[in-house]
Write a protein that binds this ligand. Structure first.
Ligand code: SF4
Length: 332
């Protein structure tokens, strides 16, 4: 066992923070030492979450035709991709997604729309109305991922029964211009601050494998820690034909497990969710994500791509001796 990893981990278990230099050291580990890292990441996960993992499902509620140029995204109108575009779906479809989420043991159902923001649009009011009605029913809570929000929008979401919003920072501030040029990193940070000020919980993470450096990965983790976000979704690029990142090389599974583990060391008591790109990138070691420190994942289909069969994911969790949906999850 690598004694330096053990010392850093025990310090975290004693409720101390990891330093940037220590996290950098962990990011440089290779080969057999990664297994030591995973062992301790799992211990740190267990310290907060015990044997419970969370599940989250999403529905693409308005798809494509986006004005922005995020280089990994199939929904940007600037790239020729093969996904169908559609306007805001009707309430019945959102209700169906909530029903499915209940069946899949989801802790929440995320309603996700493409685009920079829904400010001033009827779509925003419709989403709030749907969330309010669905919040009165017996199903998983509705969360939203609707781009940038203003303080007024945040207050309306909160009063409509929405407890959490998703808004990813995507990558480090220094690398952000390499993946998006149509809006600023500050816009994204502002939305997180606005949501938190309105009492909403915030789910914010990033996408890995988009050409970022080890330092960029660390900068993102420490920024999310500084912003005190509640849950960190970690997406791993699955290159989409037609996007500028379509020829990007995928990350190796062990590299991905290492990134998850280092995030667990840095964000020791926060929710860490393995999200998009899990199936394609982790392949046969998907079930290792929890041993690497994640305490939740997505279940069902993604926005524009298919996920694993929900029953297979539920079986995987049972096979690991873990539990889902015990009604106590605070962090997904
Ligand atoms: S703002 Fe969202 S939907 Fe639009 S291109 Fe970026 S990631 Fe895709």
């Amino acid at each position: 066992m690598n004694t330096k990893i053990e010392k850093i981990a025990k310090n975290i278990l004693d409720e101390n923070d990891i330093s940037y230099d220590e996290a950098y050291f962990l990011m440089q580990l290779n080969d057999i030492e990664i297994y030591d890292l995973l062992y301790w990441a799992n211990r740190i996960r267990y310290n907060t979450f015990n044997n419970v993992v969370g599940l989250c499902s999403i529905i693409s509620a308005r798809q494509g035709s986006c004005s922005e140029d995020c280089r990994f995204c199939s929904q940007s109108s600037r790239y020729k991709t093969e996904i169908p575009n559609f306007p805001l779906i009707e309430k019945e479809k959102v209700a169906e997604a909530v029903e499915k989420g209940k069946e899949y043991k989801s802790d929440c159902v995320g309603v996700v729309t493409s685009g920079y923001s829904l400010e001033g649009s009827d779509n925003f009011d419709k989403i709030c109305d749907d969330a309010y009605e669905l919040s009165k029913q017996d199903g998983p809570p509705v969360h939203t991922s609707i781009g940038m929000i203003t303080s007024k929008m945040a207050e309306k979401l909160a009063s409509s029964g929405v407890e959490m919003i998703n808004h990813n920072l995507e990558t480090a501030e220094g690398y952000y211009p390499n993946i998006c040029t149509t809006h600023s990193y500050k816009d994204r940070v502002d939305t997180i601050k606005i949501a938190k000020n309105a009492g909403l919980q915030v789910c914010s993470g990033g996408i890995f494998g988009v050409g970022e450096s080890v330092e960029d990965r660390l900068d993102l983790a420490f920024k999310l820690k500084e912003l005190d976000v509640d849950t960190i979704p970690m997406n791993f690029l699955s290159p989409v034909k037609g996007t500028p990142l379509s020829t990007e090389n995928s990350l190796e599974p062990m590299e991905i497990l290492k990134i998850i583990a280092v995030y667990r060391f840095i964000l020791s008591d926060k929710g860490i969710k393995v999200a998009g790109g899990r199936e394609e990138n982790l392949r046969d070691v998907q079930s290792w994500m929890f041993y690497a420190g994640a305490n939740s994942t997505m279940i069902g289909d993604y926005l524009t791509t298919r996920g694993k069969l929900p029953e297979d994911d539920l079986q995987m969790i049972k096979d690991l001796g873990l539990k889902y949906n015990v009604g106590e999850m605070q962090k997904h």
